[in-house]
Design a protein around this ligand. Structure first.
Ligand code: PEP
Ligand code: MG
Length: 585
């Protein structure tokens, strides 16, 4: 095999362009290495009636072996593995121990005389369809867990332990790109050790394990491509654009050259941006802006620090609670919160209390409300479940001994909820006092502004709280009555709607008047296209994914805050749509 080179004329005709969902930005050019999917290659045959018992035994032995492998992997995770991996592997192992799975698969062997592999793939199909019909998108995606766990059993049944083929002809200096139907957490952990330039999967969405692990490795990834695995052969040349989700197969030389140029420009850009890591986030007219990071798991604080974040503006603590069968206890939560505080070395850490419900549910809790986004979610859920809330508050108070913690309450809509939270904190303190456990009271208390009602009637909240953080993701959803997860209305989800901008402006102005800090921690804060607009609204505190931080810092340093404020204020007064192109200073 030649190194990547000019394709022949027939290759020019065979260039294929596919598109999936880009979940980790960046470019990759390399050779495909196609991961086998045991489920696609299983032998289907009928067994003799007298062989039924033996076949059921073969199935059970494989289930036990696969479950054991998963437990062993969970027990020997590398230190830098994403935190939820252990829990995910345990869930996969539990799925394989489910007596229903064994029973129903054995029934297929007994009644239809299917061989074990065929029975298992048939049962997997039934379960996948049941998951696919679930309304909750998070649960729908969990159908992938069943499929991946069963894949492992099929591999055990086939006696195959090879994950990826060895591409002997590929020169060592050429990058390899993994192409798979889907990648289970256990396999993703194995692949982590290799030097892969990108991950491409036919299945999966932004919360799939491929996306989570690829993000933690900072390797470009595209998921949900549909049919790539069937169309690509080992050694094919692939080009991946992790931002747009485009994948080119055996592209012509001119396209390769174009992507080499983009890849180099992107690398230069990142290198140039990294020089800004220690530069101040200050506008041309001297307004100092705080740039903080959003994290979902404690170990991501390291990336926040590496990006030069001024602190953690949003730790979505619910990610500690999701994808597992038991809730984290006080001790586990304390260690998680304290580790973030210690990593951030004196910088403030904003920890949002459990924001569960609606699009984020606990395992085993199926959303039954007709309208979960308007139901018992976030602080409403916590106040209705005082045990869960108090456990979290105790962990937060204990972690406050190690540094500055800002407790952020999601989905506040009434002042009496703020009073109830203060009362709950007092109860948590009393519980710790009774046990003689040390804690600190040096926390600050703030609220998410994500329900229009509190943005409109903001004054008592500003007065009674230490800080506010605007959750634009939900604020837009509730202001415009657009389900943020519904593709059918995605076009109407408009961060630039004058009503949304006025609510943001009103909140920022109220904070300014009362001398209380106001941040934005929704996706808008990390979107460099709207940085100038937010500066124009008077925002001086942004919190975003660590990867977006330096881009935003660059934009801040090129902006003139006062000029932007004048322009944005006059457009807002006229309730005009703000033309972003006009915000050049
Ligand atoms: C928001 O609503 O803007 C926000 C930051 O919270 P989440 O996206 O977790 O709901
Ligand atoms: Mg929200």
């Amino acid at each position: 095999m030649n190194p990547i080179s000019y394709p022949s004329p027939h290759q020019l005709c065979s260039t294929l362009c596919m598109r999936g969902q880009g979940v980790v930005k960046g470019y990759a050019i390399g050779r495909a290495v196609v991961m086998g999917a045991a489920a696609l290659e299983v032998a289907h045959y009928r067994i003799q009636p007298e062989a039924v018992d033996k076949e059921c035994e073969r199935l059970k032995t494989a289930l036990v072996a696969a479950s054991g492998e998963l437990q062993t992997t969970a027990g020997s995770l590398p230190d830098d593995a994403p935190r939820e991996m252990g829990a995910l592997l345990t869930v996969h192992s539990m799925l394989l121990n489910d007596p229903m799975l064994v029973q129903q698969t054995c029934d297929l062997i007994t009644e239809r005389h299917y061989n074990a592999e065929w029975a298992l793939t048939t049962q997997a199909q039934v379960l996948s369809e049941q998951f696919a019909m679930m309304e909750d998108s998070y649960l729908r995606e969990r159908g992938a867990d069943i499929r991946q766990a069963i894949e492992r059993v099929l591999r055990v049944l086939s006696g195959s332990t090879v994950l990826l083929p060895q591409l002997k002809e590929v020169p060592a200096d050429e990058a390899l790109i993994v192409v798979a139907r889907d990648i289970s957490p256990a396999d993703m952990l194995k692949l982590r050790g290799g030097r892969f330039a990108a991950f491409l999967t036919d299945l999966g969405g932004p919360t799939s394990h491929t996306a989570i692990v690829a993000r933690s490795m900072n390797v470009p990834a595209v998921v949900g491509i549909g049919n790539l695995r069937a169309l690509v052969r080992d050694g094919d040349v692939l080009v991946v654009d992790g931002a747009t989700g485009a994948v080119l197969v055996n592209p012509p030389e001119f396209a390769l050259n174009e992507y080499r140029r983009r890849q180099a420009a992107y690398a230069d850009d990142r290198a140039e941006l990294s020089l800004l890591r220690d530069a101040e986030a200050i506008t041309l007219d001297g307004v100092r802006v705080r740039l903080e990071a959003n994290i979902e798991l404690p170990e991501e604080a390291v990336a926040a620090l590496a990006a030069g974040a001024d602190g953690i503006g949003l730790f979505r603590s619910e990610f500690l609670f999701m994808g597992r069968s038991t809730l984290p206890d006080e001790e586990e939560q304390f260690r998680a919160y304290a580790s973030v505080v210690q990593t951030m070395a004196g910088r403030p850490v904003t920890i949002r209390t459990l924001d569960i419900g609606s699009d984020k549910t606990l395992d085993g809790e199926v959303a039954v409300a007709a309208n979960p986004a308007l139901g018992l979610r976030a602080i409403r859920y916590c106040l209705a479940n005082p045990e869960i809330f108090s456990t979290q508050l105790r962990a937060l108070l204990r972690a406050s001994l190690h540094g500055k913690i800002r407790i952020l309450i999601p989905m506040i809509s009434h002042m009496h909820e703020v009073h109830a939270v203060r009362q709950a904190i007092e109860t948590a303190c009393a519980e710790l006092d009774a046990r003689g456990v040390p804690y600190a009271r040096n926390y600050e208390l703030g609220a998410m502004v994500e329900i229009p009602a509190i943005a409109i009637a903001i004054e008592p909240f500003v007065e009674n709280l230490d800080f506010l953080s605007i959750g634009t993701n939900d604020l837009i959803q509730y202001t415009l009555a657009i389900d943020r997860g519904d593709n059918n209305v995605a076009e109407l989800y408009d961060p630039m709607h004058p009503a949304v901008l006025r609510l943001i402006a009103h909140t920022i102005n109220a904070g300014e008047r009362a001398g209380k800090p106001v941040a934005v921690c929704g996706e808008m804060a990390g979107d460099v296209r709207v940085t100038r607009m937010l500066l124009g609204l008077g925002l001086t505190e942004f919190s975003m994914h660590p990867q977006q931080l330096l881009d935003v810092k660059k934009e801040v340093r090129l902006s003139h805050s006062n000029a932007l404020r004048t322009k944005v204020a006059s457009a807002l007064n006229r309730a005009e749509r703000i033309d972003l192109d006009s915000l050049v200073s």
